[in-house]
Design a protein around this ligand. Structure first.
Ligand code: NAD
Length: 462
């Protein structure tokens, strides 16, 4: 039996470790965090994150071979393997502000591991980190002078929020990076063995440390790039009456392109894509590759353009003013099936409309608390309403900002009847049946397709 510790009980630590624990009943898992409220919530009936299927797994393992705790030092001392999944946000100050990763939480953790260790350990980077971070961490950890040895491995997490359980249960691949030394290779073998409890060996990739660290940044950059690519084309479609869904289908049938991640939308969000690309941009600059930096930076700029364009289109379409108009934002989470609102396009659209002095009501099945928190002071100017029918009542417009399936199942005749006319739907996720909405009486503005509007001045269908 090994004692396995995870430092950081956030989206990554909190969703991966219970699943690993469920497959490895012979090992004891502890997840620690400095956030006491979060640790208490993991042990309650209301987990701090919403992730389909996770409650069940936490219930099965909690108290058996999975424990949550705020006693970080004692648990470090007892651990054989330590996963670190603390946050690595974009730096907001000093050198590299706005682009580089803020490694202060990681470094503090490394020092804490060093101070509290009395035996040698394997330390696993689960957080997403700039390439070559492990080098600095190894230096800190192995500066102990008391004969202890730490092997730092990279094991980036590829799960997607909303499908974290499925992704963890059946991963496309698990990536483990380690140095070429005998001791590091032994550590890699230990981690491979842990994953082999449920992941077929051929899906476990072992690489050098730097390839592993860099692959995580590159994976997110490529995924975000596809979204920005199709969103760029959606803007052109709106000008030319091409239909972005038809274009996506036509190009996606080409095996070399593939059909995934070609859905045009109001933009990507989440805590990772923007942060990781900016980090990649910073690394390219640091290593003297400004052309490569500019290339990837454009993926983020295109996303910002798409969010701004969506909000501006709402204002223009509603006779150039939304001041004092009630607008119902359907969705706050950055994607469906999560309560995570970090960098959510919904919040960007909300901010832009508040600037235009709209009267905003926001609805979401799981993410309203986080949205209110993330909006800070602006949150006081927003009404948070869990019931979409109440949110839409007396509204001039609805904007679909998260692709929750619940929103496609609503009674839009009832919603239309309760709204101010002319009633507008701006579908930032191309989620709804646009033709049906138009037939009900709505003026419908999808992404990357001609609007269906009865307003003669605007309309191609007027
Ligand atoms: N969210 C995702 O979908 C996702 C996917 C893959 C990788 N990642 C990466 O994983 C890392 C964590 O992401 P997250 O979404 O879980 O972040 P998060 O903010 O939800 O969780 C991080 C947790 O670490 C805790 N923490 C910070 N410093 C600590 C310390 N010194 N000791 C103990 N706990 C500490 C925080 O209190 C917080 O609860 C990031 O590097 C992120 O880029 C995230």
């Amino acid at each position: 039996m090994s004692n396995i510790l995870c430092i950081g009980a956030g989206y990554v630590g909190g969703s991966t470790m219970p699943i690993i624990a469920s497959h490895c009943p012979e090992h004891r898992f502890v997840i620690v965090d400095i956030n006491e409220a979060r640790i208490a919530a993991w042990q309650s009936d209301h987990l701090p994150i919403y992730e389909p299927g996770l409650d069940e797994i936490v219930r099965q393992t909690l108290g058996k071979n999975l424990f949550f705790s705020t006693e970080i030092n004692r648990n470090i001392a007892e651990a054989d393997i330590i996963f670190v999944s603390v946050n690595t946000p974009t730096k907001t100050f000093g050198q590299g502000a706005g682009r580089a990763a803020d490694l202060q939480y990681w470094e503090k953790t490394a020092r804490q591991i060093l101070e509290n260790s009395t035996t040698s350990k394997i330390v696993v980077e689960k957080s997403t980190l700039p390439v070559r971070t492990a080098e600095a961490m190894e230096r800190i950890l192995n500066s102990n002078g008391n004969g202890l040895h730490f092997d730092v491995l990279s094991n980036p997490e590829f799960l997607a929020e909303g499908t974290a359980v499925r992704d963890m249960q059946n991963p496309d691949r698990v990536l483990i990076g380690g140095r070429e030394t005998e001791s590091a290779q032994k550590a890699v073998a230990t981690l491979v063995e842990l994953y082999m409890n449920w992941v077929p060996r051929e899906r476990i990739i072992t690489t050098n440390l730097w390839s592993s660290e860099l692959s995580k940044l590159v994976a997110n950059a490529f995924l975000a790039q596809r979204i920005s690519s199709i969103n760029a084309i959606s803007a052109l479609c709106e000008k030319t009456e091409a239909d972005v869904s038809e274009v996506a289908n036509a190009i996606g049938r080409d095996e070399r392109i593939g059909r995934y991640f070609l859905r045009a939308s109001v933009g990507f969000g989440g805590s990772c894509f923007q942060k990781d690309i900016l980090n990649l941009v910073y690394l390219c600059e640091y290593y003297g590759l400004p052309e490569v930096a500019r290339y990837w930076e454009q993926v983020v700029k295109m996303n910002e353009f798409q969010e701004r364009r969506f909000a501006a289109n709402m204002v223009t379409s509603m006779f150039n003013t939304v001041a004092g108009k009630r607008i119902a934002l359907f969705g706050a989470a950055f994607k469906a099936n999560t309560n995570d609102t970090r960098e959510s396009p919904a919040l960007e659209v909300c901010r832009a409309l508040l600037e235009e002095r709209a009267d905003i009501v926001m609805t979401d099945p799981h993410a309203l608390d986080n949205a209110c928190y993330d909006l800070g002071d602006l949150g006081k100017r927003v009404t948070f309403e869990p019931d979409p029918y109440i949110a839409a009542d007396r509204a001039h417009a609805i904007a679909i900002l998260t692709e929750w399936s619940q929103f496609s199942e609503l009674d839009y005749e009832r919603i239309y009847a309760s709204m101010v006319k002319p009633a507008f739907v701006f579908d930032g996720r191309n989620l709804l049946d646009h033709k049906k909405l138009y037939e009900i009486g709505f003026n419908v503005y999808p992404i990357g397709k001609a609007p269906l509007t009865r307003l003669v001045a605007n309309g191609s269908h007027g």
